[in-house]
Design a protein around this ligand. Sequence first.
Ligand code: ZN
Ligand code: FE
Length: 257
Amino acid sequence: MNIIRIPVLSDNYIFLLHDVNTNQVAVVDPAQAKPVLVEIDKLGANLVAIFNTHHHLDHVGGNKELLEHYPETVVYGGIKDKGRIPHQKVFLEEGDRVEFAGQKADIYFIPGHTYAHIAYYFPPVDESGWGELFCGDTLFAGGCGRLFEGTPTDMVNSLTKLRNLPDFTRVWCAHEYTLSNLKFAITIDTDNQQLHKRYQQVIIERQQNIATIPSSLQIEKLTNPFLRWDTPTIKSAMGFETPDRVFGRLRGMKDNF
Ligand code: ZN
Ligand code: FE
């Protein structure tokens, strides 16, 4: 399975999964149809699946037009997004599995950004390999999504599920927010040397218009304050002890940053 990253709109990424054996493709969160159709044409491939993480327009905006070109395409999404994702056919719950390119992805129910949000996780195919996590707007590189339809507790529970995945997991999040996320992070986790190093790297990468996605769970666990609500540094910076209050304060500060 090859993963192709397509930048669209101001800061969205669409991910194309290409099965090189069958020349079939699946697409994760098509904000728009046109750029996806162009890539599929280049590959001479056939679209068979749309994997949506949640119902926001910058994730499902291309569904309708893609279906017009590839009527057999199956649209997947969370069960609680029923009625909110255009042309949805499959309604997924935690623990479900979906198959693409002979690989099975585990579905995680990760509410917080929206109440219906899900993630798709493809475990590594062999012991030395990487897993691939498509987490939409829940976990970002250096940050997390805003709480539009959920509480800090929801988000802590959701991010706990993602944090429990192996370090060698590529994080394919849906927005290029890394620089502004890290700019905030260094004001909180002030003495984290790995964070400062990452921030300096990302400044250079963004100056050269290099994508910072995918990230890895290993680097996120070390430097993303939204995965570190239980570290002494973040707890004392927020002045709270319990995960929901630490996280709630942190998210609130980022909202106003
Ligand atoms: Zn969203
Ligand atoms: Fe989004």
